[in-house]
Design a protein around this ligand. Structure first.
Ligand code: FES
Length: 179
């Protein structure tokens, strides 16, 4: 298998990241226990672990691809699909749970049409669930990328999501909590 395989999945990644990954492959392929660092390196470079890269690593480290899949799915840090353009994190910690996180979650699911740990088909959103976002007094809370939205109701949440769907950067510059 040639390096063409790696080059083929470069579309959305930066050249220097790929270069670093290739250097890592060369350095680590003969080291025992190099699989996890190589997978981390691949994910850092591509944003996820593309199927073709799994086969490429498999050949280099002499571990069956099926076993590598097993490792990837065992560790939650690894992804087999690219993340969406926007990451929505819904908090399901205790404070948020008792303040209606469940209904907030179902509004998000209805609005964007995906479940937790899924990405919309257009690649715009990935929905993730977290245990606490560190601002429990604002429960229920979500984050979209690095913005926090608290004290959410179904209506205020719909407004927040609508703003993101408009793809107007200025709308993202203000507001972090809902009064
Ligand atoms: S429990 Fe949701 S922010 Fe802490």
């Amino acid at each position: 298998m040639s390096e063409l395989v790696i080059d083929k999945v470069q579309e959305t990644t930066r050249k220097e990241d790929i270069q670093n990954f290739k250097i890592d492959l060369i350095r680590k392929r003969k080291q025992s226990g190099s699989l996890i660092p190589l997978l981390q390196s691949a994910q850092d470079s591509y944003g996820y672990i593309p199927e073709k890269i799994i086969y490429y690593i498999s050949e280099l480290v002499n571990i069956p691809a099926a076993d590598i899949y097993g490792v990837i799915t065992f560790y939650s840090q690894f992804r087999l699909k690219p993340l969406g353009e926007n990451i929505i994190r819904i908090c399901e910690g205790t404070a948020c749970h008792v303040n209606g996180a469940k209904s907030i979650l179902s509004v998000i699911k209805d609005e964007i049409g995906v479940d937790v740990d899924e990405t919309t088909e257009d690649g715009k959103y990935t929905l993730q669930s977290v245990a606490c976002l560190g601002c429990c007094s604002l429960a229920p809370v979500i984050m979209i990328n690095d913005e926090t939205f608290g004290n959410l109701t179904a209506d205020s949440l719909k407004k927040v999501l609508k703003n993101y769907q408009k793809v107007e950067p200025s709308l993202h510059e203000h507001s972090s909590t809902n009064e």
